[in-house]
Design a protein around this ligand. Structure first.
Ligand code: ATP
Ligand code: MG
Length: 355
């Protein structure tokens, strides 16, 4: 990958160190059964994933589920117990990080405080002993790409959090990696800046067509930025889907609960009945719980929480089930009687979707 400046369709010149890939498999990044135990526990459990060339996939999951460990194995900072990392058809599992066609942006940026922005960005090229004229040219090009050329001579301590983040991104991109790895790149930024920088990152990633794996535990971030999201739980990937599909068609109870919110009811809840069913869990999204004063199952409003563009309304069905509904427009008040109508209900048994 080279960084095109003005012509995004310009053909990429092969990197001097590039190894010719098998054209049948010259297709991004493949993880084949990656497995890692640490401290006597399984941290990453036979994890397989294919990220197509130019695709951005987020690893999304709760704290401690093994996201960073997975990324470190892809980057080469940690050796898997078994399994393989394959980039563009080439097995890189046993190569050290600097010999892999990947570059990683760390959560804390890890910028050198005593070096200017330009020197920080140039650092990996200096390590690789590239000639000075090439270094200067590549650094300028990538700083222009991330819109930081004017801060070339500033030190990291004198620029904003978002600019530091973009410096760290530039330092990864300047290596012209085949695979870009981002570990919670936005977690140090405040809410407004996060949204702006995530748009910047996505725009640059798409413009360069760079195969990217990004780690986050923020579902909004994952949904907004990804081509596909891989939801991780306890060292395993539970589902890999496009954001919309993940939300509208979760295949496990964990995914249904982790992505968006969901009402869970033990037993079999149907649009008109609730019956006991041992081991079955019914789940319905709050926006599929509709409140209508004239029809549906009788219920009482027990809590009303305004959220700006919608209102969260908790109702208690007369048969003793509490459900949360999201209401846009006029909301009822506490103690109002309403009729509840259910849209799509999912059913899970032992965590797996059964119907
Ligand atoms: N060197 C190690 N020795 C023992 N346990 C480790 C080691 N490194 C990580 N772990 C454990 O592995 C688990 C997964 O860690 P990891 O950093 O991959 O989580 P994560 O999904 O990135 O979480 P977070 O969202 O909090 O960053 C954690 O329970 C962590 O304590
Ligand atoms: Mg982590």
């Amino acid at each position: 990958m080279t960084i095109p400046l003005n012509d995004p369709t310009a053909a990429a010149a092969p990197h001097p160190d590039a190894v010719q890939a098998d054209p049948m498999q010259a297709d991004g990044l493949r993880l084949d059964g990656l497995h890692k135990e640490l401290g006597g526990r399984t941290i990453v459990d036979d994890l397989s994933l294919h990220v197509a060339a130019g695709e951005l996939v987020c690893l999304l999951g709760p704290s401690g589920c093994g996201k960073t460990t997975t990324l470190r194995m892809i980057a080469g900072f940690l050796e898997p117990d078994r399994g393989a990392v394959v980039v563009s058809g080439r097995d890189v599992t046993h190569l050290p990080p600097e010999r892999r066609p990947s570059a990683m942006v760390f959560q804390n940026y890890a910028l050198w405080p005593h070096m200017t922005v330009a020197k920080n960005v140039a650092f990996p090229l200096k390590l690789a002993k590239r000639p000075r004229s090439e270094v200067n040219e590549r650094v300028d090009r990538v700083l222009q790409l991330v819109n930081l050329l004017h801060h070339k001579d500033s030190r990291p301590g004198r620029i904003s959090g978002g600019e530091q983040q973009r410096t760290a991104l530039a330092r990864a991109l300047v290596q012209e990696p085949a695979v870009l790895l981002l570990d919670e790149p936005l977690s140090n930024l405040d809410a407004k800046l996060r949204v702006r920088v995530r748009e910047d990152i996505r725009e640059i990633q798409q413009r360069l067509g760079i195969t990217t794996v990004m780690v986050t535990h923020d579902q909004d971030e994952a949904m907004a930025m990804s081509d596909r999201v891989a939801v991780m739980n306890d060292g395993r990937i539970e589902q890999v889907s496009a954001p919309r599909e993940l939300y509208s068609n979760p295949r496990t109870e964990f995914v249904a609960s982790f992505v968006g919110s969901v009402n869970k009811v033990p037993g079999r809840l149907t649009p008109s009945t609730l019956s006991a069913d041992d081991g079955l869990t019914s789940a319905v999204r709050p926006e599929s719980v509709r409140l209508d004063a004239d029809g549906g199952r009788p219920a009482r409003v027990t809590r009303v929480t305004p959220h700006g563009h919608f209102t969260e309304v908790r109702v208690s069905l007369d048969e003793g089930v509490d459900l949360v509904s999201y209401v846009t427009g006029a909301a009822p008040e506490v103690d109002d009687r309403v009729g509840v109508e259910l849209g799509e209900v999912w059913y899970f048994r032992e965590g797996e979707r059964v119907e």
